[in-house]
Design a protein around this ligand. Structure first.
Ligand code: ZN
Length: 131
């Protein structure tokens, strides 16, 4: 298990962590298997999507903002219920196959840490399992 450290800079942000995850896979020395990328946070998640055109990440955040408004009569008194809901919609992990020591991602795919209540210091857990 390896831990990545991420510092987000704004409240909502998709941080491309593909290179860091690939490095964790390389360090593991495991050539065939899966990498589980996991966010141990309640207001952030992990998603896999296009990292070629940055407008895709912007559209994802904007769409989530539209679906889950900041203020919607939430009960949670901390004032960040929208971030909790967005984190659950996105999910807290992604599983990426490994072949030949490399992540099996589509040409346009990248792994994103999805921040919904930043800026904060965050962790991502990468577990690489042979198989
Ligand atoms: Zn909260």
């Amino acid at each position: 298990m390896q831990r990545l450290h991420i510092s987000t800079t704004v409240r909502e942000q998709l941080v491309d962590i593909t290179l860091e995850v690939a490095e964790a896979v390389a360090v593991s020395g495991i050539a065939e298997g899966v990498a589980v990328v996991y966010s141990p946070h309640t207001t952030a998640g992990i998603t896999v999507n296009e990292n070629a055109d940055p407008d895709v990440a912007a559209d994802l955040l904007e769409t989530l903002r539209r679906i889950v408004p900041c203020e919607a009569g939430y009960r949670h008194c901390e004032g960040n219920s929208d971030a909790h809901v967005k984190a659950s919609l996105v999910g807290s992990s992604a599983v990426v196959p490994i072949d030949g020591g490399r992540l099996v991602l589509g040409t346009w795919q990248g792994v994103y840490f999805a921040e919904f209540d930043g800026p904060r210091s965050r962790n991502v857990i990468v577990t690489v399992t042979p198989g």
